[in-house]
Design a protein around this ligand. Structure first.
Ligand SMILES: [Zn+2]
Ligand SMILES: [Zn+2]
Length: 197
């Protein structure tokens, strides 16, 4: 039986709609946003594993399908590290900058359950080093990419005040020009998104 909270406005349907809107305004990221929208629509109606597999013949690994299923049926497992999700123990997908005082406070967002938690703006959300820098792109207002020169990871930070209607896991996929920049400079994504970037 499908729980009553699941319907046309569940979070998967909302993020599918957001991804389709973003695809129209971010042509460089449109193929990934479109894939993510179709994936989210399948999640919204609890599609079978076969349907997910048919959606992405180019991303076949079972671990990707496991992650999609885990997102639908969460198994909380609290961690003991400040850079991991306090709810389920997964690493962050992205960061959100929220206005606070004269600046911003940083929240990390879980790659799996989407829980958000506050985190220092001065240290790497993977290794804790202070060797972090930020990159921006002229075409992407409201996006900053955090890179760490100690462990060589990167992740995107989204400025809530500059991204009206923000749905973090959808908006993050629109940052593809910054992914290309980061990967080209020798960094690897802390957690690839469900579009495979
Ligand atoms: Zn989590
Ligand atoms: Zn690091």
């Amino acid at each position: 039986m499908v729980p009553s909270t699941l319907g046309p406005l569940d979070r998967f349907a909302r993020r599918a709609r957001r991804a389709r809107q973003l695809a129209a305004s971010h042509p460089a990221s449109a193929p990934s946003l479109d894939l993510f929208a179709r994936l989210s629509e399948l999640q919204s109606r609890r599609a079978s594993r076969e349907e997910f597999r048919a959606l992405t013949p180019n991303i076949p690994p079972e671990e990707w399908l496991d992650r999609i299923e885990a997102e639908l049926h969460l198994m909380p497992q609290p961690p003991d590290a400040p850079h991991l999700c306090p709810h389920c123990g997964s690493p962050p997908q992205l960061g959100i900058l929220r206005p606070q005082g004269d600046g911003h406070a940083l929240y990390l967002a879980c790659a799996l359950c989407r829980q958000e938690w506050p985190f220092s703006r001065k240290t790497c959300p993977n290794c804790g080093a202070e060797a972090i820098s930020f990159a921006t792109a002229p075409s992407l207002a409201g996006y900053r990419t955090l890179t760490c020169d100690s462990c060589k990871i990167y992740l995107h930070l989204l400025e809530e005040s500059k991204l009206p209607g923000l749905i973090p896991e959808a908006d993050e996929i629109a940052a593809q020009p910054l992914d290309i920049w980061a990967i080209g400079n020798g960094y690897r994504k802390l957690t690839p998104n469900l579009a495979g970037i």
